[in-house]
Design a protein around this ligand. Structure first.
Ligand code: PMP
Length: 433
């Protein structure tokens, strides 16, 4: 092998390559680079690897497809492997939603499913505009990027999808209403209501509203259940389809099989990708049958549901369910969050530790500067990058996120053990000190 520095990841400038290693082997939560150094992988494909790398049930499922001459690709013609995947997915979706839901297979990526969901609600309602939220992340293709809250990835791309309106997300550490917690969240939902009902806001009833229950790339920001409930009532009362993007949160990551189950709402549309393909590319949109107003062929594509990904996905769903990994994610997520809050006590650079289940963020702030009225300090992306680098040196892979790139994100596979959680937090503690 060449060295970490010599191996190419991509020579396109769009990749920042903030994690400058080349991985040659992977098993469970651990990966090994080409120079033989081991790392805890707390990026895990941005939440894709629910069962970690090369889990035996996933490998077995893929091998079964290959060894039994099962078709690798059939376009839209169904197969027993596809049927089995649909059956397993529908078994774990809440009945109130799944009993009258349709499934659409999309291209391999989360963004493909976001594009499809937007077309779906526009087609079903005959309306044009979409509501999204500040800090939201829905992907990098033109339509999905239009819905993404951060300005920086959009700046250089003109003519994105028009008629997208951004609403305030309940980000309590940096609440736009100068009051955090539930009160800030309540103000945010009142604002949404006001915008919809005020004819002078210029917003005609939208085709749909898209949101994450925990913003991931946006800085690991969990929305309070009360806010989610209010948004559901507001949209329901006005007949606005609510699209929940579970690309990152789905399949147990947040401590429930689906993050929308924390509040108990029933969405109109759910977007799934990442973990549902058991580490291979797969994405789907599951939606209420009342929205199924497409004409045949209105949404098509060559690679919609790879057979190996569906087999790996079925195995992953079964393993998560049989081993109640969502409960484990809740328990170990709480433990990790408690340990990181201990680290916070000895470090003035941590503004907030937050998250849900095994989706945790640590916001790095600059306490050399003065706090604002809400006592939150300015973001400190340079220090966050340094902490990420110090962790990497000590064998821990973490990603950054947040509107300013100042949130260190922990997304370990759901199979992480208590002991591994301790070691990960210890490494982080040493690195930050
Ligand atoms: N939605 C959410 C919530 C995501 O986190 C992501 C990816 N991080 C996407 C959509 C886009 O998925 P992909 O990168 O597969 O296009």
């Amino acid at each position: 092998y060449l060295t970490n520095q010599e191996l190419r990841e991509s020579n396109a400038r769009s990749y920042p390559r903030r994690i400058p290693i080349a991985i040659k082997e992977a098993n469970g939560i651990m990966v090994k680079d080409v120079e033989g150094k081991n790392y805890f992988d707390c990026l895990a494909g941005a939440g894709t690897l629910a069962l970690g790398h090369n889990h035996p049930v996933v490998i077995e499922a893929i091998q079964k497809v290959l060894h039994h001459q099962l078709p690798l690709h059939t376009l839209d013609i169904t197969t027993p492997v596809k049927d089995e995947f649909i059956g397993e997915l529908f078994k774990i979706l809440p009945k109130e939603f799944s009993s009258k839901a349709k499934i659409l297979f999309c291209g391999p990526t989360g963004a493909d499913a976001v594009e499809a969901a937007i077309k779906l609600v526009k087609t079903a309602t005959g309306k044009r505009s979409i509501f999204s939220f500040h800090g939201a992340y829905h992907g990098m293709t033109h339509g999905a990027l239009s819905l993404t809250g951060n300005v920086s990835p959009k700046q250089s791309v003109a003519n994105l999808m028009p008629d997208v309106h951004f609403l305030p997300y309940p980000y309590s550490y940096r609440c736009p209403f100068q009051q955090g917690g539930d009160l800030g969240a309540q103000t945010s939902s009142h604002y949404v209501q006001h915008v919809l009902d005020d004819p002078e806001s210029g917003i005609v009833s939208p085709a749909g509203m898209i949101m994450e229950i925990v913003q991931g790339e946006g800085g690991v920001i969990p929305a309070p259940n009360s806010w989610i409930d209010q948004i559901r009532s507001i949209t329901q009362d006005r007949g606005i389809p609510l699209i929940i993007d579970e690309v990152q949160t789905g399949l147990g990551r947040t401590g429930k099989l689906f993050a929308f189950e924390h509040s108990g709402i029933v969405p109109d549309v759910v977007i799934l990708s990442k973990a549902i393909g058991g580490s291979l590319p797969l994405s789907v949109v599951v939606y209420d049958e009342s929205l199924d107003k497409w004409s045949p062929g209105a949404h098509a594509g060559t690679f919609r549901g790879n057979q190996m990904a569906m087999a790996a996905g079925t195995a992953t769903i079964r393993f998560i369910q049989e081993n109640k990994l969502e409960i484990q994610a809740d328990k170990l997520g709480n433990k990790m969050m408690a340990s990181l809050k201990e680290v916070q006590k000895n470090s003035s650079s941590i503004g907030e530790v937050r998250g849900r289940g095994l989706m945790i963020g640590v916001e790095i702030v600059n306490t050399q500067q003065s706090p604002n009225k809400m006592q939150s300090y300015p973001p400190y992306p340079e220090l966050a990058r340094q902490i990420q680098h110090e962790c990497l040196k000590r064998g821990l892979i973490l990603e950054l996120g947040g509107r300013y790139g100042s949130v260190v994100r922990f997304l370990p596979p759901l199979i992480v053990t208590e002991k591994q959680v301790d070691i990960i937090c210890e490494i982080f503690d040493t690195a930050i000190q």
